[in-house]
Design a protein around this ligand. Structure first.
Ligand SMILES: C[S@@+](CC[C@H](N)C(=O)[O-])C[C@H]1O[C@@H](n2cnc3c(N)ncnc32)[C@H](O)[C@@H]1O
Length: 301
C-alpha cells in the first residue's frame, strides 16, 4: 500500500472487478480471503457465493478482524481466522477443509492501519514506532532502529526501500541514538530529514516513504510470509482452482511472478495474466493508494 497519499480514510478494495472476474466464483464454492482487511473484496465475494458457499477470512491483525466481523455480520457464510497466511495449511486442517476453489491475497497494509497513529505505520502521524500488523508478534520498528548495527540498517533501507540515501540515514540514526533512543515516528522522520539533502525533501514522495516501507516489510516479515504462503495456497487448490495475488512492491511481485512461472513451466498451472494487471487511470484517480498495485493470477491444472 502506497503510504504517500493521506486522502483516503477508509479502505477501498483495489482492482475489485478484475479480482472478481479472475476468481471466477460459483455459488457453493469454498474460497479463502487470506488478507481480509476491511472486507472490501470479501463482501463482494460473499455476494457471489450464495447461501451454500463458504469464505474463510484470515487476517493477522486482530483489530481488523474484529471490525470486519462486525461489518460482515449479515453473511453467515464467512468464518474469521486470526493468524498469518503463511500458516494457511494449518488453518485448513483445523477447519477440516480438504480443498478450496480460489484464494485471494491482497498483501500489504490497509488504509485503516495506516491512518491509526498509534500503530506507527505513517510518517505523517506521530505515534510509537511499532508497525506490527499483529501486535502480539516479535520485534517492532523501534527495536530495529535502536538495535540493528549501522551496516544492517543501511542494508535494510537499501534492499527493502531502494533508498538512495540509505548510508546517510543509517549513519544519522546511529549517531543520534547513542544519546537518546528513537521512540516515535516523528523522531525518525526528523532524523531522515536531517540526513537527506534538502533539495530532495520536496520530490513526489515524502523523504521518509522508503525507510518506513523498508521497516514495515522487515517488522512483519512480509516477503517471507508471502514466499511461504504461495505453495500452501497452490497446494490446497482443487484442479481448476484459482490463485489471485495483488502486491504493492517490486520484491513481492517478483516472488509471485517466479512462483507462478515455475508452476506453469512444470505444467501444473496456467498463467491467467502474462503481465501483471495494473489499476486503470480512473482507479488511481479515485484511489491514489492503488497506484503501485500489480495483480497476477493462475489456474491450477
Ligand atoms: C491491503 S489489506 C487487505 C484489504 C482487503 N482486501 C479489503 O478489501 O479490505 C491487507 C490486510 O492483510 C493483512 N495481512 C498482511 N499480511 C498478512 C499475513 N502475512 N497474514 C495475515 N494477514 C496479513 C493486513 O493486516 C491487512 O489487514
Amino acid at each position: 500500500m502506497d503510504s504517500s497519499h493521506p486522502e483516503a480514510k477508509s479502505h477501498e478494495p483495489v482492482l475489485l472487478e478484475e479480482v472478481l472476474s479472475l476468481l471466477d466464483i460459483k455459488p457453493g464454492q469454498v474460497i479463502v480471503d487470506a488478507t481480509l482487511g476491511s472486507g472490501g473484496h470479501a463482501r463482494e465475494i460473499l455476494k457471489h457465493l450464495g447461501p451454500q458457499g463458504r469464505l474463510i477470512g484470515i487476517d493477522q491483525d486482530p483489530e481488523a478482524l474484529k471490525r470486519t466481523q462486525e461489518n460482515l455480520r449479515d453473511f453467515p457464510q464467512i468464518e474469521f481466522i486470526a493468524g498469518n497466511f503463511s500458516k494457511l495449511d494449518q488453518v485448513l486442517i483445523t477447519l477440516n477443509i480438504h480443498g478450496i476453489h480460489a484464494v485471494i491475497l491482497d498483501v500489504g497494509l490497509s488504509t485503516e492501519q495506516l491512518e491509526e497513529a498509534r500503530r506507527g505505520f505513517s510518517f505523517l502521524k506521530e505515534g510509537p514506532l511499532d508497525m506490527r500488523m499483529d501486535p502480539g508478534s516479535g520485534l517492532t520498528a523501534r527495536d530495529l532502529v535502536n538495535d540493528l548495527s549501522q551496516k544492517e540498517l543501511e542494508k535494510l533501507f537499501r534492499t527493502y526501500g531502494e533508498e538512495r540515501w540509505a548510508k546517510r540515514i543509517a549513519g544519522t540514526i546511529c549517531t543520534h541514538r547513542g544519546s537518546k533512543p528513537i521512540e516515535t515516528t516523528a523522531d525518525l522522520v526528523q532524523l531522515i530529514k536531517k540526513a537527506v539533502p534538502r533539495p530532495f525533501h520536496f520530490g513526489a514522495r515524502h523523504p521518509a516513504t522508503r525507510v518506513f516501507q523498508a521497516l514495515r516489510i522487515r517488522v512483519n516479515q512480509e516477503l517471507e510470509s508471502l514466499q511461504g504462503a504461495l505453495p500452501k495456497a497452490f497446494e490446497a487448490l482443487f484442479p481448476g482452482g484459482r490463485l489471485v495475488v495483488i502486491s504493492f512492491h517490486s520484491l513481492e511481485d517478483r516472488i509471485v511472478k517466479e512462483a507462478f512461472r515455475a508452476w506453469a513451466r512444470e505444467g501444473k498451472a496456467q498463467l491467467l495474466t502474462r503481465k501483471p494487471i495494473r489499476p486503470s487511470e480512473a482507479e488511481t484517480q479515485r484511489n491514489p493508494r492503488s497506484r503501485s498495485a500489480r495483480l497476477r493470477a493462475i489456474e491450477k491444472k
